[in-house]
Design a binder for this molecule. Structure first.
Ligand SMILES: [Zn+2]
Length: 156
């Protein structure tokens, strides 16, 4: 899948940046943290995969942010979340506001995702959703709770 970056100006200070696709060493991340935007919101829901060279490019892009820029990560995809606990400097100066958790139903095999606010999770802990198909309590798919702790270390 090819990689691209969409941007949307939310107000005079805030730019929404939405990288989409798989990130590799060839991905152009120069538009990820545009200079001149005081606040950059990274919507990371659509990053399907990132390989080791992509991680290197990603860290470089994070380090390119200016000291006065605020970087917020939202809707971090499971592919990105799995790197947060493993790679030092992966989040850089960013803060993780929300992330997507993948769930799996042991009873019927259904898969489901939930969009979780980091601060709400800190307050009330992790609640397993009920399966939309059969009502059974769902289990975290792939990501274990260690990943969630790593994400929460970067919560605002
Ligand atoms: Zn089910």
């Amino acid at each position: 899948m090819s990689f691209r970056i969409e941007t949307e100006k939310l107000d005079d200070y805030t730019l929404l940046v939405r990288p989409i696709g798989a990130i590799s060493g060839d991905s152009d991340l120069s538009g990820l943290i545009p200079k001149g935007s005081a606040r950059v919101i990274l919507d990371l829901a659509n990053i399907s995969r990132i390989d080791s060279l992509g991680v290197r490019e990603w860290i470089r892009a994070m380090q390119s942010s200016g000291d006065s820029q605020t970087i917020v990560w939202e809707r971090v995809s499971p592919a990105m979340s799995s790197q947060v606990g493993m790679i030092t400097n992966f989040v850089g100066r960013g803060s993780v506001a929300s992330f997507i958790l993948p769930w799996w139903c042991q009873a019927c095999g259904n898969e489901h995702t939930t969009d979780v606010e980091a601060q709400a999770l800190k307050r009330s802990g992790l609640e397993s959703p009920e399966c939309p198909k059969c009502g059974a309590t769902m289990m975290l798919d792939e990501l274990d709770e260690g990943y969630i702790d790593a994400l929460l270390e970067h919560a605002p």
